[in-house]
Design a protein around this ligand. Structure first.
Ligand code: AHR
Length: 308
């Protein structure tokens, strides 16, 4: 009898559990890994059955995953898109199947009636904050090399834009080299090596990296070229991952703008609201912001963050 009752209880639990399909970009950076872990931990906390798919930085993998979620009849779909374009057909399929879609982090170019909301940081503002800090530090005189993120990704497009806007009023500030390194540490090192070969390293005043992961690779390249990152060549970036706080504490990097990886709670709050029929007032954009962190607080921040 007791066994039967327990079985019934388990059945009713699983019947009630929300199933969410989450298509993640990949695992290209420490920030991305922290974000994936947060999504999984928060789902577990709430008893959400999370179907996680790693897109390995390829949109075709993400689209295949979303189609799979639709076929399985999940209750909601969350997409962290790798690039902005190309989402309309699959979002229409989700809409036809009456499955709500939530966008996290990077943006998409699609009609906003195809998704409930987007929860994200303002990437343009991040680029601007980095640019402002650098102009203050150098008095507006600086030859800059730039490591761009993935081509077509909002985090790359908007950080590049915001940074350029911030330095535009300083005629002595120039971006002398700019190339994508796909947000990864290995490519960050490779592209930085090519910058250091193509330019006289003494003429480079700063590296602007679109994320910490590429900056960490570049720091390695700068050291191998016999230069001191953070001193001979300033290093400025975005994300705020523990390894980069360590680099700042060691004097190898100068600043970063924090990007919040804890998107699980706000994302599942939206899912739960929508499934209860309370989604009407949810705004189309829910914004998060991050502060600028420098060397002064880096050691303490690193101690705090490495345990999280
Ligand atoms: O879309 C956000 C960016 O993607 C992060 O800055 C980067 O680390 C990640 O790969």
């Amino acid at each position: 009898k007791a066994l039967f009752a327990a079985g019934l209880l388990a059945l009713s639990h699983s019947a009630l559990a929300i199933t969410v399909g989450f298509s993640q970009v990949g695992s290209e950076s420490g920030w991305r890994t922290a974000f994936s872990e947060d999504m999984k931990a928060e789902a577990q906390k709430r008893g959400i059955d999370l179907k996680f798919s790693d897109g390995q930085q390829k949109q075709e993998n993400q689209i295949r995953a979303v189609r799979g979620f639709i076929a399985q009849g999940v209750d909601a779909i969350i997409i962290a898109p790798v690039v902005e374009t190309g989402w309309t057909p699959v979002l229409r399929e989700a809409k036809r199947a009456h499955i709500p879609v939530i966008i996290l982090d990077r943006n998409i170019k699609a009609s906003n009636n195809l998704y409930v909301t987007r929860i994200a940081s303002n990437f343009e503002e991040e680029g601007e904050k980095v640019g402002n800090w650098l102009m203050n530090k150098t008095g507006g005189k600086c030859n800059i090399v730039e490591l761009q993120g993935t081509v077509g990704a909002t985090a790359a497009i908007d950080r590049a834009k915001g940074f350029r806007e911030a330095i535009a009023k300083y005629p002595g500030a120039k971006i002398i080299r700019s190339q994508t390194a796909d947000f990864t540490r290995a490519k960050g090192k490779e592209v930085m090596e090519s910058f250091l070969k193509a330019e006289d390293p003494k003429q480079i005043c700063a590296l602007f990296s679109h994320n910490d992961e590429m900056a960490l690779g570049a720091i390695q390249a700068i050291k191998e070229a016999g230069l001191k990152p953070g001193k001979d060549l300033l290093v400025v970036s975005v994300d705020g991952v523990p390894d980069y706080f360590k680099a700042m504490a060691d004097g190898d990097a100068n600043i970063t703008v924090e990007l919040n990886p804890h998107l699980g709670a706000p994302a599942y709050d939206v899912v739960e609201k929508v499934l209860k029929g309370e989604g009407k007032d949810i705004p189309k954009l829910i914004s998060t912001t991050g502060d600028v962190f420098g060397q002064d607080t880096a050691a303490a921040e690193y101690a705090k963050r490495r345990q999280q």
